[in-house]
Design a protein around this ligand. Structure first.
Ligand SMILES: O=P(O)(O)OC[C@H]1O[C@H](O)[C@H](O)[C@@H](O)[C@@H]1O
Length: 298
């Protein structure tokens, strides 16, 4: 859909409008009574969410590409149908194809103080080339003072569908050196910065002193990011997600400036590795993350 038809079908005066970058990416601009947000149709990529009276909750790199076919560095990339590298011996883009495909906006409505948006993705030429031609995705965002992101996967095939998935959320923090994350204390993890070694549970809140890329499996725990320098707490609760990934590269990347990595932390709502989903024919799987923000007053 182009901007004119999106506007005709879905615009809500003062709440939801549609725009386009010079590079041709269409995005939805959201202003609810309690928050603002930006969502790109490419990847159904939530690139900003800011409750009224708060600093932006999501980090987006100032060096990010905003180009057709290139992932955005920050916000909430959706990884599907694999997480990070494809590991069935075939080649494919990092984190799968969903974050670089154009999704369809299917529904938009303001209910109370929250804007509800639903984006869908069906097989595309690219997904078929990668061997995925029998799935349906629906991504529901509930945008307000809190944020709910729900990714539903349906299997249209006659055979089981195996997939990994992630709501690869980049949080904006003032200084990652002063952040602690609670919720993962009892959980062992795979350390991707140390040759995928399995490490025992730390039994202590997570702090950050170097490159961090950890896959915590078999955990449904709510995580809390305590951003001491930002004087706020971000709570990430989740449903039907058994993996949490925590990531900070601790260095610049092609699309992340040298002065930027200390302003971000990914705490990702995932099903991957041992928690890869096997979805029976005709079934649907739905994973949800619910984000809330509070000021630390003292
Ligand atoms: O550079 P990307 O493809 O966006 O991936 C960024 C990161 O995503 C996840 O957090 C993975 O665990 C990391 O290993 C990966 O580096």
């Amino acid at each position: 859909m182009d901007i004119a038809s999106l506007t005709e079908h879905f615009a809500i005066p003062g709440v939801l409008s549609f725009n386009q970058t010079a590079s041709g990416l269409i995005y939805a601009d959201v202003t609810t009574p309690h928050a603002t947000a930006t969502v790109y149709l490419q990847g159904a990529h939530l690139a900003a969410w800011q409750p009224t009276g708060e600093q932006p909750v999501l980090f987006v790199s100032r060096k990010s590409d905003f180009e057709p076919g290139k992932p955005i560095r920050g916000g909430v990339p959706i990884a599907f149908p694999w997480f990070a590298n494809r590991h069935d011996g075939k080649t494919g883009p990092s984190h799968g194809f969903a974050r670089i495909q154009n999704w369809t906006l299917a529904f938009a409505a303001l209910a109370g103080n929250d804007l509800h948006l639903t984006f869908t993705l069906a097989p595309t030429e690219i997904s078929r080339e990668l061997g995925y031609d029998n799935f349906r995705l629906a991504y529901q965002l509930t945008i307000g003072r809190t944020l709910t992101m729900q990714l539903a996967v349906a299997n249209d095939a006659a055979a089981p569908l195996l997939f990994e998935e992630a709501l690869h959320t980049y949080y904006s923090v003032v200084d990652v050196h002063e952040v602690t994350v609670t919720g993962l204390e009892p959980t062992p993890f795979i350390d991707k910065t140390d040759n995928m070694r399995e490490k025992p549970a730390a039994h202590a809140p997570l702090t950050f002193t170097g490159p961090t890329d950890r896959v915590y499996q078999n955990t449904e725990a709510t995580c809390v990011l305590h951003d001491a320098a930002g004087r706020r707490r971000i709570t990430v609760a989740k449903t039907n997600s058994d993996t949490t990934v925590v990531f900070n590269p601790w260095k610049a990347m092609a699309d992340l400036g040298p002065d930027e990595w200390h302003e971000m932390l990914c705490v990702e709502t995932v099903n991957a590795a041992a928690n890869t989903v096997t979805l029976a024919p005709g079934k649907t799987h739905s994973m949800q993350a619910h984000i809330s923000v509070e000021k630390i007053l003292s």
